[in-house]
Design a protein around this ligand. Structure first.
Ligand code: HEC
Ligand code: HEC
Length: 289
């Protein structure tokens, strides 16, 4: 009896507590309700004991870590120096001369988006009128990129945070199948990249660091779709293993090259030759009888 009373009394308190923590975690277009999909809805969340802010989240396949708030001050000055001329001093896409909409608004994009564009050398933009920003040697180093991400994120906290994949138990053949289904249409099955509409292109996937492959998958740069709820962290890790191992050695996928058509085509060729040979043997045996 006492137990029931205690439960009834505690119920609303517990309910309130979970409501309060849900309110801290502001949903943005980058959120999804699915677990293991690049958001703190994943299996484990580590919080700062004092402030309650999320320090990291994720699972055994991918850990996402927030850039340290201590870097924020440095990030602000780097932003004013390198980014504000186009994206504005508030990072809202309104530069000093006031034309809003000329450049993307960066507020609420999440640390992984900012980090990807800076660490892949796309930003600061070489030519703001280019149809598409290309990967280049980065102009800012990793700490500087994280600092800028920390400051922009402090304006309106969002996700995903900076991913760090653990590929030890990732399955490369599962990754190849998922890549064929989700990525090959644009990047080709060997990751060479290909032209898309209106002068844009899907770039080659050679020599892209594993964490940046995760960033691209989870944030969807420019014309690439963003993969959130439809791919779990485990599936993303499988894809990343395929992209960072097999795709890097297109000539060594095993067997004969066959013009780079890959193991599937090789299977077909094998089948054709094999069946043809069997047919010949069949005719030969048949004629002898
Ligand atoms: C010379 C102008 C210019 C400068 C300087 C510049 N950017 Fe950009 N930025 C652009 C343009 C133009 C785009 C859109 C490019 C595209 O979509 O290919 C863009 C896109 C981005 C995006 C992607 C936005 C989205 O919606 O996905 C991010 C993130 C970004 N910039 C961050 C930065 C950061 C951080 C800096 C400073 C280190 C910076 N930019 C400096 C012009 C600039
Ligand atoms: C609809 C076409 C399309 C699909 C599907 C697609 N991508 Fe992309 N991807 C692009 C485009 C376009 C870019 C370049 C974006 C930019 O820089 O403006 C890109 C960029 C990337 C990059 C960054 C490469 C670099 O040079 O920095 C990686 C990594 C990547 N994609 C991996 C993937 C993976 C893995 C998948 C499947 C899960 C995938 N992409 C699915 C079109 C696509």
């Amino acid at each position: 009896m006492l137990c029931v009373v205690a439960l009834v009394a505690l119920g609303p308190v517990l309910g309130l507590a979970s409501w309060a923590s849900a309110a801290n975690y502001s949903p943005t277009p980058y959120q999804t309700g699915r677990v293991n999909s690049g958001t703190p809805n994943s299996t484990s969340v580590v919080r700062n004991a004092k402030t309650g802010a999320i320090v990291s989240y994720g699972d055994s396949a991918i850990t996402y870590t927030a850039p340290s708030p201590a870097l924020s001050e440095l990030g602000k000055s780097l932003f004013l120096e390198n980014c504000a001329s186009c994206h504005g001093t508030q990072a809202n896409g309104v530069p000093a001369n006031g034309t809003s909409g000329a450049y993307p608004n960066l507020v609420g994009l999440g640390p992984a988006t900012i980090d990807f564009w800076v660490e892949s050398g796309r930003m600061p933009a070489a030519d703001p009128r280019a149809v598409q920003a290309n990967r280049r040697t980065p102009r800012l180093n990793q700490t500087q990129a994280l600092a800028i991400a920390a400051w922009v994120n402090s304006l309106s906290p969002s996700y995903p945070d900076i991913p760090s994949p653990n590929l030890t138990s990732a399955n490369v053949s599962e990754g190849a199948a998922l890549f064929a289904l989700n990525c090959a249409a644009c990047h080709t099955i060997e990751g060479d990249g290909d032209a898309l509409a209106y002068g844009t292109f899907a770039p080659s996937l050679r020599n892209i660091p594993a964490y940046q492959v995760v960033e691209a998958i989870r944030t969807g740069p420019a014309n690439m779709p963003r993969f959130t709820g439809n791919l779990s962290d485990y599936q993303v890790a499988d894809i990343v293993k395929y992209v960072t191992t097999e795709i890097q050695h297109p000539q060594n996928i095993g067997g004969f090259g066959l013009g780079g058509l890959g193991p599937v085509a090789e299977g077909f060729v094998g089948l054709l030759l094999g069946v043809g040979l069997l047919a010949l043997v069949g005719f030969w045996v048949g004629e002898r009888q």
